[in-house]
Design a protein around this ligand. Sequence first.
Ligand code: ARG
Ligand code: GLU
Length: 731
Amino acid sequence: MRYKFTSILSCIFLIASSLTLKAGEGMWLPMFLGQLNEAEMRTMGLKITAADIYSVNKGSLKDAIVLLGGCTAELVSGTGLLLTNHHCGYDAIVKQSTIEHNYVENGFWAMQRNQELSSPSLSATFIVRMDEITQEILGGVRDNMSESERTKYIDQQVEKLKASYAKESWQGVMIKPFFEQNRYFIFVTETYNDIRLVGAPPSSIGKFGSDTDNWVWPRHTGDFSMFRIYADKNNRPADYSAENVPFTPRHFLPISLDGVKEGDFSMVIGFPGTTDEYLPAAALEVLTRTTNPARIGIRDRVLSTMDREMRASESIKLLYATRYATVANYWKKWIGENQGLKSTKAVEKRREYEAEFTGRLAKKPELQEKYGELINTFNTLYTKMEPYMGNQTLYSEFQQHSSTITLSLNCIDLINQFNTKGEAAYIEARNKFLAKLDAQYAGFSTRVDRQLFTVVLDSYLKNVNADFLPAESVQWKQSFQGDWQTMAEALFDESVLRKKDDLKTLLSKEPSKAVEIMQKDPVISAILAISKTYKEKVSPNLLAYTEELKKLQRNFMKAQMEVFAEKRFYPDANRTMRVAYGQVKGYDPKDAVEYLPYTWLDGIMQKYIPGDYEFDVPKKLIDLYRQKDYGQYGQDGRMPVCFIGSNHTTGGNSGSPAMDGYGNLVGINFDRVWEGTMSDINYDPTLCRNIMVDIRYVLFVIDKYAGAGHLVEEMKLVHPKAGNSKKKSKP
Ligand code: ARG
Ligand code: GLU
C-alpha cells in the first residue's frame, strides 16, 4: 500500500522537483526562520515561534547550543551540563585514560562535581548574535576589479569591521561569506575554555557497532558523552581554575520522555561543516568519476593493510585504532556518496536543472547577457581541471597515510629552510622537529609503516597522470623494472628514517652536512622528487583554475537566485549555526526493503558477539535487558535506542540536539544513513536520513546502567504529549 502511494506521489513530485525545495532539505540561518520557514515549520508540527528558536533579546534555543571542537553540543541543565556524541568527546576521554583507568574501555562517571575532569582540548562557543553585513563588505566592490583586487578589498573591509564591531571585551567576532561570497554575516561569540568531562559510557555502548555499523541503518550506538562548562564568578569565560563555578546558561533544553513516532516534527540545530549543494553537473561528474574513486582506491589499500596488522596484534590495534577509524569514516562515506549520486541520477538531474536554467535565460535578454555563458564555461573549465583535480586528491592522500612520508616531508621542510632562509632558520625548525620526534615515532610501528609506505607509494605512482610523474621515475623504472612495490621496500630499508636514533644522529650534525645527507637519503629524495614535481606541474595550474572557478561559482549562485527567484535558497554549510527540520521517518532504499524509523535494545542483543571489539555488550546492560529494568525510560516494556528523520545534516552536526515541536530534547544527532550520504551534494528526500540516539536511551544508560542518576536530577524532564510540558518529573 504504502509503496504504491509513495510512488504515485513521487511521480507528481518529480515533475515539480527540479525547482522546488524538497521536504526536509535545507540548513537554514536562524535569523531568517521567521521570514522563510516558520509558516512551513508550523504546518509540520512546530509549536513554538521562530523567536523562541533565535532571538537576541531573550533566551532562546540558540543559547542552549554550542560549537564544541568540530562538533555540536547542547546545554541540558541550569548548571552547565552539556551533551554531545561519544565520538566527539572521544579524544578528551582518551587523554584522561591510562592502563589503570581506561575510561575508553570502561566508561567514566563523576559521582561528585570535584571528580569532573578538566579537558583542555575542548572549548565551547556560543553565538550571541548574528547580523548581515553584505552591504558593508561588498558595497564598494566594482565590476572592473580583478579577482585579486576584489579579494584584497574584501579582506580590508572584513578587518575594519572586525576591529570596530560593538562587543564586550570577553566576546569574539567572526565574519563569514555565504552563498559563494554573495552575502556576508558577522557573528558575535562567547567561548568558554574550562570544559570538564562528566561522563562517558564504555565504548561497547558509546561506539557499539564501530566501523561496521558506521553510516548504516539500523543502528544501535549509544553515541553520547557528557561535559560541563565552568565559568568565573560573573558567569564569564575563564581559563581553568579550581575557583570556577558551573556555568548558568540563558537557556537549556528540557528533555522529553515521551519519545517520537513516525511523522513527528523534528528539528536539529548545530554547526554543519561543509556542503556543496549548488555545483554544476560537470563538477558532479568529476567527483563521481575521478576524485572520489582516487581517494577511495588508495584508502582501500591503506585500510586493508592496517586491518590485517591490527587483527594480528593487540598492541598494534591500540596504536592504530583512532587512525583507522578516521581514515575509514570518510572512505566509507565517499563510497556511499558515489553510490547515492549514481542511484539518484544526480548528474542527469543537474543537467535537467541546467537546461531549465538555460531555457529561462533565453526568455530574458538581460539575464542571458549576464549569465548565458556560465554553463558552457563550467563544462570547459572542468574538462581542463579534471586531471589536475584527480592528482590533487591523490597527492593529498599520498601525504596522509604513512608516517615515513610525514617524516620525509618534515625533512624536506628543513632542507628548504636551509636553502632559502639559511642556517639560523634551519636550526630553529630542526629544534622544533627534534622536540616532537619521540612522540612522532611513538605513534607508529616501523613494521606496519613499511607496508603503508609501500602501498601509498605504489598507489601514487600507478595512478598519477604520466605527465605529473617526476623525471626521476625514468631511472626508477629501469632500476626496478617498473615494480613500485619492490622499489618502495628497497628505499625504505636503506633510509635513515627507519630508526629514530639514526635520524637524531643525523640531525645533530652540522647543518650543511645534515642537509647533504638528507638530500641523498633514498626515501627523502624520492618524496622530494614527487612533491617538487607536484608543486611545479600541478599546483600553479590548479591555483589559476581554482580562482576562475571561484568566480564562476559565485556568479552561478547569484544567477540561480535571480533566475529561480520563486525558490527558497539556503546557504551551503560553513560551520555556522543552522536549523534543519523534517520528520521522524523511515525509508525504502530498494525493492522490497523498507526501514522502520526506530531501533530497540532487542536489536543490540541480536547484534551481540561476545568478546568482539565492535559488537560486545557489557554484562550490566544484558542484565538490565533480561530484567526489563528500564524505569521511566522504556516504552511499552521495551527500550528504544536510535531513530532516524529527514533532517538535513552533515559532518559537524555530530552532537546536535534533535528536538520536538516544543524545543524539547528528544535525541542526539550522530550520523546519516548509507543510502543518503550524498546529501552534501544532492539531497534526496526519499533516501536522506539523519541518525539520532534516543534521549531516553541516553538517560537510561546514565541512570540505570551507570548509576549516575544525580546527573539526571539536574535536568528538566517533561511529558509534552500529556500536556505538561513545563512540569518537572522526578527520575
Ligand atoms: N559517521 C559519523 C561521523 O561522520 C561517525 C564517525 C565516528 N564513528 C566511527 N566509527 N568512525 O562523524
Ligand atoms: N558523524 C558526523 C559528525 O561527526 C555527523 C554525521 C554526518 O556527517 O552527517 O559530525
